[in-house]
Design a protein around this ligand. Structure first.
Ligand code: GLA
Length: 391
């Protein structure tokens, strides 16, 4: 709680949007082209129960195009140039609403109210025990049966001097998915001219509750459907992580990564040690772990992860105000989903880096608090900056 209050106070005082105009290089040649930033809206489809889903296309005039759906606040595609200026969509997803509704493993979505797992779907707040849906074996995952990833968000377009964006809002009624308190949520996406997607999360409640929001984009910097991400080189700014039990709930320990295949403090190929037989990787069927970020303080936007695709030269740098990041190496992709460009997704064909508070925090008092109380404002920010290794 105190964490959010401090965050709110401090973040309010500094501009969250780094325009980066001073550091802009020459416009990247690409199919998307060099032009003025713009935002366009079209109809993506309707859900099976008849709700219309809009799609917004954000173009930054510097080679990037991002598509966002009002369903789940989903980032449907992220088109980015490679080192030779050739554009590809680096976000896994679908080309139709039905697949998102029926079979998406959270592709691109806003996840909440509580991203990641809560043990046995149960927590106690102010002496009251709340039982949530068990939608991941014996645990609660990503907000339950109908989480924020399956809600229709209200959208308002943003046109700033240096960015185009979308402000998405959703009011989650008291008791929705058995969480206490009515929660007003605003998630703002901005695409700036320095090829960065800024995501700002804000929430307020009318009764004590818990909140943990993230975006669940799966990336493949070679382009979705282009094959494995095991050659991508990952750096995580984390010397510790939270080991998990066999249902992927943190044991409560905070372990050092040193001397283990969990160590990504130097750029290392994702696949290099994933078959080492290290117990945590056996449990997760690969990487599916929360890393404790090495932060200077608990409020500023600091680098959490950097991923380089040696083939295309695309580089993704993630910065966040959050204390943790879940690194998921796409272990449950099993060849049953057909992605946006018509190719199937197999295990390890995408990775997720979910900036967040730690899993199961409501039951782990030693973890940073995820409680939110009336009068306080939950605020977190994450940025995804795209560049290439030659520019
Ligand atoms: C998160 C979880 C994974 C998996 C994916 C969605 O990353 O940690 O275990 O559930 O979401 O498939």
């Amino acid at each position: 709680m105190r964490w959010f209050t401090r965050t709110a106070a401090r973040l309010g005082a500094v501009p969250l949007i780094i325009t980066g105009l001073a550091v802009l290089g020459p416009a990247a040649p690409s199919a998307v082209g060099a032009s003025q930033p713009r935002i366009e809206k079209d109809v993506f489809g309707s859900t099976p129960d008849g709700a219309a889903v809009d799609r917004y296309t954000l173009t930054n005039g510097r080679g990037m195009r991002v598509r966002i759906l009002t369903y789940g606040g989903i980032i449907q595609s992220i088109e980015v140039p490679d080192r030779r200026g050739r554009t590809a969509n680096v976000a896994l997803g679908f080309d139709n609403i039905t697949d998102y509704v029926e079979s998406s493993p959270y592709f691109g979505s806003i996840t909440g109210r509580y991203a990641n797992r809560i043990a046995n779907g149960r927590f106690t707040l102010d002496g009251v025990t709340h039982q949530l849906a068990l939608n991941d074996g014996v645990n609660h995952l990503h907000g339950g049966t109908v989480g924020f990833d399956k809600r229709i968000w209200r959208a308002a377009e943003i046109r700033d001097r240096d960015a185009v964006g979308l402000e998405l809002t959703y009011t989650s009624p008291d008791g929705e998915e058995n969480y206490p308190g009515a929660l007003d949520v605003t998630v703002t996406y901005r695409l700036t001219r320095d090829n960065t997607i800024h995501v700002d999360y804000r929430a307020t409640t009318d009764a004590p509750t818990v909140v943990n929001l993230t975006n669940h984009t799966y990336f493949n910097l070679g382009g979705e459907g282009s094959g494995s991400i095991e050659d991508h080189r990952l750096t995580l700014d984390a010397s510790r992580y939270t080991p998990v039990n066999d249902t992927l709930i943190p044991t409560g320990a905070i372990d050092s990564v040193a001397g283990t295949p969990m160590d990504f403090r130097r750029p290392t190929a994702i696949g290099e040690r994933v078959r080492d037989g290290f117990e945590q990787l056996v449990i997760g069927r690969g990487y599916d772990h929360n890393y404790v970020l090495d932060r200077r303080d608990d409020t500023s936007l600091e680098q959490a992860a950097r991923v380089i695709d040696p083939d295309s030269g695309r580089v993704l740098t993630i910065r966040t105000t959050e204390p943790g990041i879940q690194f998921y190496s796409g272990n449950f992709l099993d060849g049953t989903l057909v992605g946006t460009s018509g190719r199937i997704y197999r295990q390890g064909d995408g990775f997720a880096l979910e900036t967040q508070h730690f899993p199961d925090s409501p039951n782990q008092p030693q973890f940073p608090s995820t409680e939110l109380r009336p009068g306080d404002t939950y605020r977190t920010s994450t940025t995804y900056q795209f560049s290439t290794d030659r520019g």
